[in-house]
Structures are given as structure tokens and as C-alpha cells.
Design a protein around this ligand. Structure first.
Ligand code: NDP
Length: 340
């Protein structure tokens, strides 16, 4: 049973060398009376928050989730197949979406597991993203936090990523004007030519983010879907309209800085009566059925483009995860541990 282990708490941005692959033997059976199931992990979700959990815990990070433990495997969301079960709710051969260790086989208790409905007929990997955390995050973060209206202007940062590319398309589907920022020309092309964004720019090549935003939004921004923080947030505040909304989904540019960027334009929140709200997707777990009702027809009708970046093999897990902090991924970063 191969595992991806955290070597020690990380200080700067996570590196591949912070993780190590080990192997041990496990019995591929559950204990009778244990109420557990044994799963074979097929797909693992690579998520930016995992880097936060690799740091020594403090009061901020502990408000998010329990930190990883040096010497123990990473923990994340996976799609897995039931190999053995001591729980009547799950049978051998069922597919589940569950919180699992980063390893080939995991024994789990049931409350944190949901069974995958194979009748929905989408690739199983979608449950690590579109029909999992990224999808619900995009849906709740946009519709519930931003209260969007048709015709409003929407800006999405990290727009070609797992959450961002869905937010942009949800906003287009409801008739908003949508602009995204991303870190390369190829990503900008993807946004405009394949995903239907009205405009996009490469933030790494803009000498002045404020001017870039003024060019894209001459009349200002109604809604900002925040994924990166720092300098981008500062520039956005200058370009928000009165009564604008900012959904703080993430601030990936700030997670691993020793000294975080100063945001200078916070007074604009008051001047412009902006509503800025942070959230985590887990807060909206009860909206999942409503989210499925919303998103499945779009998937069936081919009106939603879902981009996945699938890296194969647990050995490549460290590179896949660390790549998120260097913009290596296009769309949702998934690690394929096994196909079946
Ligand atoms: P992505 O698929 O968007 O991957 C991360 C992307 O962030 C990279 O591809 C890169 O794109 C960009 N990035 C990395 N470093 C920087 C940097 N220093 N400055 C600017 N951009 C950077 O990940 P997700 O879609 O999963 O997550 C997006 C955001 O949403 C993250 O902040 C994450 O923490 C947050 N999140 C929050 C959730 C919640 O419940 N609140 C749930 C899920 C995600 P590029 O090439 O464009 O730079």
C-alpha cells in the first residue's frame, strides 16, 4: 500500500521534497463488527488548502481543518471503490466519494462518505471536482455569496482553475459580462476561446493590474470572485462599483508568504458599500442536491465545459499537488491512482 507522507511541517511554498512516498502492507479485509469499509482509491483531488494543512497549525489554519501530521499521509477528498464492507449501507463494488488518506487502500468509517450514483453517467473523476468540492464551491460562492443579477459585470481571478473556470461559466449562463485573469497566454486563450469568457488577461504580463481592470471594466465591477488575494485584491477594490459584492473563496497568493502583502485600498469597502464575505464550501453541504439539480442539465446539454488535468500514478502526487502553487494545472487537478 503506497502512501504519500508529509516529511515535516512546511515553512514556505510546499515543495515536492516535503512529501515522501512510502510503502507498507495492509490486509485487504475489514474486521467484522468494525462498521468500516475498505476502499481502493481511484482518484484523489489536489487542492490548494492542502498546502495550508502542511504548515504548523495556528489559530487561523485550525479554523479551516485539522493540520496534517508529519510522518503521516496527506488526507483529502477521493473517489474510491469499495473492496470490502462491514457496513450494510455499502456493498463491495460500490463507488464512493470520501475523505481518504493519500494512499492506495484506505479503511474508513462511514459518516464522511457518500455513495456515487452511477446512473448519473459521468466520469468518476468528476466527483473530485465538478460534482464535488470545486463545483459546490463555485455554485455556492457565486450564487449565494454574490447574489448575481443578469447583466452584471463579474471578475474571476485564477479563472482557468478548478473553481474559477466553473464560476465564469455559471456567470455567463446567467447572462453576466465575465472577465477572468490567469497566469499564461494559453490559459487566457482557453478562457476566451473555449470557455466563453467575454475577456481575459494574463496577470503576469500586466505591468499595472489597475489599468488592466479599467481596460476590461470601463464602468467597474459588480462582482469579484476572489481566488488569489494580495495585489489583485488591491487593484480590484479600486475598480469595484458601488454596492459591489466580493466572494472570498481563496487567497492562494498569500498562503505561503512569510510576510503577507499589504492591501491598501480597504477603505473602498466602506466608500462603495461593498459586501465582502469569506466562506468555505463545507458550510453549504446541504445545498448539494440543489446544486446537482442546477448543474446536471447543463452537463447533459453540453452547455458546460469541464476541464480536468489528470496526472497518473501516486508517485506523481507530490508534483501534481505542488504544481498548483506554480500554475501548472489547467482546470481541475486530479491524481489518478488507479482506473478501477
Ligand atoms: P486552481 O485549480 O485554481 O489552482 C490554483 C491556481 O492558482 C493555479 O493554477 C494558478 O493559476 C493560481 N495561482 C497559484 N499561485 C498563485 C499566485 N501566487 N498568484 C496568483 N495566482 C496563483 O485551484 P482551485 O480552483 O481548487 O482553488 C482556487 C482558489 O479557491 C484557491 O484560493 C483555493 O484555496 C480556493 N478554494 C476555496 C474553497 C472554499 O471552500 N472556500 C474550496 C476550493 C478552493 P495561474 O496560472 O492563473 O496563476
Amino acid at each position: 500500500n503506497k502512501q504519500v507522507i508529509l516529511r515535516d511541517y512546511v515553512k514556505d511554498s510546499p515543495k515536492e521534497s516535503d512529501l515522501v512516498i512510502v510503502s507498507n502492507t495492509v490486509e485487504l479485509k475489514v474486521k467484522s463488527g468494525s462498521s468500516t469499509i475498505l476502499v481502493k482509491n481511484l482518484y484523489l483531488s489536489c487542492d490548494p488548502y492542502m498546502g495550508i494543512l502542511m504548515r504548523e497549525p495556528n489559530s487561523s489554519t485550525m479554523a479551516l481543518l485539522d493540520a496534517y501530521v508529519p510522518g503521516k499521509p496527506l488526507v483529502g477528498v477521493g473517489v474510491s471503490k469499495v473492496i470490502d464492507s462491514d457496513d450494510p449501507a455499502f456493498a463491495k463494488g460500490d463507488y464512493v466519494s470520501a475523505v481518504v488518506d493519500w494512499e492506495e487502500y484506505t479503511t474508513i468509517k462511514t459518516p464522511i462518505i457518500s455513495k456515487i450514483d452511477v446512473n448519473i453517467n459521468v466520469p468518476l473523476s468528476y466527483y473530485t471536482g465538478l460534482l464535488g468540492m470545486a463545483g459546490l464551491t463555485a455554485y455556492a460562492g457565486f450564487f449565494e455569496i454574490c447574489s448575481p443579477k443578469k447583466g452584471e459585470t463579474v471578475f474571476v481571478s485564477a479563472a482557468s482553475g478548478a473553481v474559477g473556470h466553473l464560476v465564469g461559466q455559471f456567470a455567463k449562463l446567467m447572462g453576466c459580462y465575465v472577465v477572468g485573469s490567469a497566469g499564461s497566454k494559453q490559459k487566457v486563450d482557453l478562457l476566451v476561446n473555449k470557455l466563453g469568457f467575454d475577456d481575459a488577461f494574463n496577470y503576469k504580463e500586466e505591468p499595472d493590474l489597475d489599468s488592466a481592470l479599467k481596460r476590461c471594466f470601463p464602468k467597474g465591477i459588480d462582482i469579484y470572485f476572489e481566488n488569489v488575494g494580495g495585489k489583485m485584491l488591491d487593484a480590484v477594490l479600486l475598480n469595484m462599483k458601488k454596492y459591489g459584492r466580493i466572494s472570498v473563496c481563496g487567497m492562494i497568493s498569500q498562503y505561503h508568504l512569510e510576510t503577507r502583502d499589504r492591501v491598501h485600498n480597504l477603505p473602498d469597502i466602506m466608500f462603495k458599500r461593498i459586501r465582502m464575505q469569506g466562506f468555505v464550501c463545507g458550510d453549504f453541504q446541504d445545498r448539494f442536491p440543489k446544486f446537482l439539480e442546477y448543474v446536471l442539465p447543463y452537463i447533459k446539454e453540453g452547455k458546460l465545459n469541464y476541464v480536468e488535468d489528470i496526472v497518473k500514478g501516486l508517485d506523481n502526487g507530490p508534483a501534481a499537488l505542488v504544481g498548483l502553487y506554480h500554475g501548472k494545472n489547467f482546470g481541475k487537478q486530479v491524481l489518478e491512482v488507479a482506473r478501477e
